[in-house]
Design a binder for this molecule. Structure first.
Ligand SMILES: Nc1ncnc2c1ncn2[C@@H]1O[C@H](COP(=O)(O)OP(=O)(O)OP(=O)(O)O)[C@@H](O)[C@H]1O
Length: 406
């Protein structure tokens, strides 16, 4: 027996608890959509407007992470389009787009398979989008996912982008019927601080996806766990406990799937015959950490920078929390940070507001007698995770890339 026979024997569980672990991959397309009947109904009603000659120019689809927004929107639109010749649906994920120009380019790419260089400008890209859409069926539903990511552009205002998308001359001239469905965590008008000319071009149609309640999470997880695990591998008590905790903490189906996958792995490592409640407990924090760390990786550089300052002070061998705005600013001005990263007080305040909206920090005002009122800032998660993420962030972040293609 070679070294590798032994190695592979060692890592292959004799009788694995899993039958098909991939069924717990949140990216795997589930067979059915559960517990979102009301939202699917709302989306279908909006689409049915095609038969009456009106679909709102924009629809805001919003709610916290992992609540089935992308899944339900894509599925309902796809099913509708496959039954209606007059409708085409295009889906574009803008997560990786650092600039509004690259967001427009991404849309163009979806429509034509090609991108344009920065020299054509935002107007040039939009002109080509309208040319492409001329050849489309009467109605086009354009789903823009993770649209909240485009707000961090320093060259264009989100309003410029949306104004072109909704009121662009090329579109009006060609009489293109476009309905833009914006998928995000927050209600966009508020989040993107759009100006009034854009707001008036947007319809106030919105579909909200609330966090899942325990019974809803149970109906989503049950068929996935049945496929993923051998029969009886997850005790009823562990299932109920995991579902209850996942609903109480997050209401997020993606995190709940990850929780059960990790709990299964813990049970295997411990040679247990079933996934127990303790296996769930061990992984509740790990799941939180994994989700937060991935959020941290996706942050724009300024946002990550401010978080390193919020978690930059030590006190009694621990990271000091909460800190004041003054402490955050003075950390950013200290020699630990190169001069070119100096953001200035106003920008830091803006970033802190964004971080609060994203649920990464909490702030409140303390009254300190003669010192007056002081703003306190605290991370909503273990502050050490920011420090743990730092090296990886610098190496991997798309926001710190140096490419100038866009
Ligand atoms: N109602 C549901 N029925 C079945 N599976 C679901 C449901 N909701 C979520 N899921 C599972 O969770 C995954 C994540 O859901 P989805 O991508 O739709 O969330 P989202 O609300 O768009 O999240 P985010 O805001 O983070 O993009 C899906 O790919 C699917 O595997």
């Amino acid at each position: 027996m070679s070294k590798y026979d032994e190695l592979f024997d060692e890592v292959t569980a004799e009788e694995s608890l899993f039958r098909e672990k991939g069924a717990l991959d949140p990216l795997a397309e589930p067979d059915g959509i559960h517990a979102r009947d009301a939202q699917e109904h709302e989306l279908a009603s909006l689409l049915a407007g095609v038969h009456e000659g009106y679909v709102p120019p924009t629809v805001s689809i919003y709610g916290p992470p992992g609540t089935g927004k992308t899944l339900s929107t894509r599925r309902v639109c796809r099913e509708f389009a496959s039954r209606t010749d007059a409708v085409a649906v295009e889906y574009v994920n803008l997560k990786e787009c650092r600039t509004l120009f690259s967001a427009a380019n991404e849309i163009l790419f979806e429509l034509t398979g090609e991108k344009r260089g920065a020299y054509v400008g935002l107007d040039g890209v939009f002109e080509e989008i309208w040319t492409a859409l001329e050849g489309y069926p009467e109605w086009t539903i354009l789903i823009l996912d993770e649209i909240d990511h485009v707000q961090y552009d320093s060259n264009y205002e989100p309003s410029d982008f949306f104004y072109r998308l909704l009121r662009g001359e090329g579109k009006l001239k060609r009489g293109i019927d476009l309905s833009v469905w914006l998928v995000s965590n927050e209600l966009l008008e508020v989040d993107l601080r759009l100006d009034s000319r854009v707001e008036s071009a947007m319809s106030d149609e919105s579909v909200f996806f609330p966090p899942y309640r325990p019974g809803e999470l149970a109906s989503i997880l049950k068929p996935r766990l049945e496929r993923a695990f051998r029969e009886g591998a997850v005790s009823e008590a562990a299932f109920e406990y995991g579902v209850r905790e996942a609903a109480r903490r997050w209401g997020d189906a993606r995190k709940a799937l990850t929780l059960f996958r990790q709990a299964g792995e813990t049970a295997s490592e411990r040679d247990l015959e079933t996934v127990t409640r303790e296996c769930i407990d061990v992984n509740l924090e790990a799941t939180d950490r994994e989700a937060t760390v991935s959020k941290l990786h996706d942050l724009p550089a300024n946002h990550f920078l401010v978080l390193t300052a919020v978690t930059g002070w030590d006190q009694g061998g621990k990271i000091k929390q909460p800190v004041t705005t003054a402490e955050t600013l003075s950390m950013l001005e200290s020699e630990t940070y190169p001069d070119e990263l100096d953001l200035g007080e106003r920008a830091v305040q803006g970033v802190l507001t964004d971080l609060e909206t994203m649920g990464l920090v909490e702030t409140w005002i303390d009254s300190r007698g003669r010192e007056g009122r002081v703003k306190q800032i605290e991370t909503t998660f273990e502050p050490q995770w920011v420090r743990d993420t730092m090296v990886h962030y610098v190496e991997e972040s798309t926001y710190l890339g140096t490419d100038t293609e866009e």
